[in-house]
Design a protein around this ligand. Structure first.
Ligand SMILES: [Zn+2]
Length: 235
């Protein structure tokens, strides 16, 4: 049931042997030009990955090629555009996460020869500062054809938990600080506390679920990226 009249532009395009896009066989979908890459990890990265997996065992979940924008956020929302722009194109080689909570605890960069270039050194220094500021350790490992499991284990062990322990709890939702005796907001609220992680004024929130449902507390305006919270009476 398509309208076959090509219209002015359509007639013009046909003159040059072009097919007006909107008049292509209705019902068929244009084939998109995406294909699966065969080099998701380079040869060096694959080689390191295998030894890394052996070194961490079940003590970490390893995520390759993670965007910095997936790991970090900008604590001052009004400066988000400026600072997010500086990291949004950057990727990390490997991110080690707690297997139960998937909370990142160690970052690994494979440094190949390209890291000796001046612009790359500048980039690396900036990235190092980003990790340091956010409190995520970053290990630089020189890229090489083969890796020694023993050497990598020695490098990683200080950062890895000793052994997987079944007693480790999974804290998906941090407990809301209890204000059981006086759940009401005080008439004259104390000065608004700053988020200890972001340094921005916290906001009053109400627990939507869990054992403290309905209770109010101070939460970070950057939630859910930041889950810091304080009891309402706190300064
Ligand atoms: Zn915060």
């Amino acid at each position: 049931m398509s309208d076959e009249r090509p219209g002015c532009l359509g007639r013009f395009m046909r003159l040059f042997g072009l097919k007006p896009r909107s008049r292509q066989n209705s019902g068929t979908v244009e084939e998109l030009p995406y294909r699966l890459r065969d080099d998701f990890l380079s040869v060096t990265e694959s080689s390191f990955w295998r030894v890394l997996m052996a070194a961490v065992g079940n003590r970490a979940t390893v995520c390759p090629k993670v965007g910095l924008r997936d790991i970090f956020y900008v604590a001052r929302p009004n400066e988000n555009a400026v600072y997010m722009n500086q990291i949004k194109q950057k990727h990390l080689d490997f991110l080690l996460c707690d297997p139960k909570t998937i909370k990142p605890f160690l970052a690994i960069e494979l440094d190949d020869a390209s890291h000796a270039r001046p612009e790359r050194i500048e980039r690396d220094e900036f990235v190092d500062r980003v990790f340091k500021t956010a409190g995520l350790p970053l290990l630089h490992v020189p890229a090489q054809a083969n890796y020694s499991l023993r050497m990598l284990s020695e490098l990683l062990n200080p950062y890895l938990p000793p052994v997987m322990d079944n007693a480790a709890s999974v804290a998906i939702v941090p407990p809301v600080p209890a204000t059981a005796t006086s759940p009401e907001i005080p008439n004259a609220p104390p000065s608004i506390p700053l988020c200890p992680k972001c340094g921005v004024p916290m906001v009053v929130r109400t627990a939507k679920s869990g054992e403290h449902q309905g209770k109010q507390f101070y939460g970070c305006p950057n939630y859910p990226k930041c889950r810091e919270m304080k009891p309402l009476a706190s300064k």
